[in-house]
Design a protein. Structure first.
Length: 229
């Protein structure tokens, strides 16, 4: 995983750098003292994980997250435990570290990140887009074009193909940037469907293979337009 640090305290930076260096497969590609310094870097680089201080000189870490389109996974760092509870309102935040934190606590946060971050892989044989999803500590190969639909239920999503049904903690919003444009359509606040598997529409029910998917009233017009109806 590519990661960056956004932390204005030099001692805290050094601790994070030391701990990151002990984790195989975790690569630090940038360190910043302020959120505004990191903004352009995040937008122009592939970053899987950010270690982000809540109290920063230009804006708070929480406010900074809200400015990022499709933010990466976030591990917050703070000296104030009370801030940590509020930070979990943002679903991109996967854990928080209260300073001073031990290496064991840091490692626990990294393991959470590994469970959350998808590992992209190219398939040179057929150019299919592939993800490996970490579900229940097992990596599952997933061909994006094979997805029938994605369902959201509270804090969980379920990715459904003809042969797989993978459920884990995530949000539907996080999936919109991963999916090929124009092929996947959100048809309900809780459903995204693969248009190539749509068989028919009956009233407010969409048939994807043998699966019946509800169509939300506010999504129907866009759905019909996307299907060329």
């Amino acid at each position: 995983m590519n990661c960056i640090i956004i932390e204005d305290e030099i001692p805290a930076q050094k601790i994070l750098k030391n701990f990151i260096g002990k984790i195989p497969g975790l690569e630090l590609i940038g360190t910043f003292k302020a959120a505004i310094e990191a903004n352009s870097f995040i937008n122009n680089n592939d970053i899987d994980l950010v270690f982000l201080d809540i109290n920063l000189p230009d804006m708070s870490g929480i406010d900074f997250i809200k400015t990022i389109k499709n933010p990466p996974a976030i591990i917050m760092t703070t000296a104030y435990p009370d801030y940590a509870a509020n930070s979990f309102e943002l679903d991109t935040i996967i854990d928080y570290l209260v300073k001073p934190f031990s290496f064991n606590r840091f490692l626990k946060a990294i393991n959470k990140a590994k469970d959350r971050v998808e590992i992209p892989k190219n398939n040179s044989d057929n150019n299919e887009e592939i993800l490996f999803l970490n579900v229940d500590k097992t990596l599952h190969k997933l061909v994006l074009n094979s997805i029938l639909y994605i369902e959201s239920d509270r804090n969980y999503i379920t990715v459904v193909t003809e042969n797989q049904r993978l459920s884990y903690i995530d949000s539907l919003k996080n999936w919109t940037s991963k999916l090929p444009e124009n092929q996947f359509i959100q048809v309900h606040k809780s459903y995204i469907v693969n248009s190539k598997f749509v068989d028919k529409i009956s009233g407010n029910i969409l048939f994807v293979k043998t699966n019946k998917i509800p169509i939300g009233r506010t999504y129907k017009q866009e759905l019909l337009k996307a299907l060329g109806v």
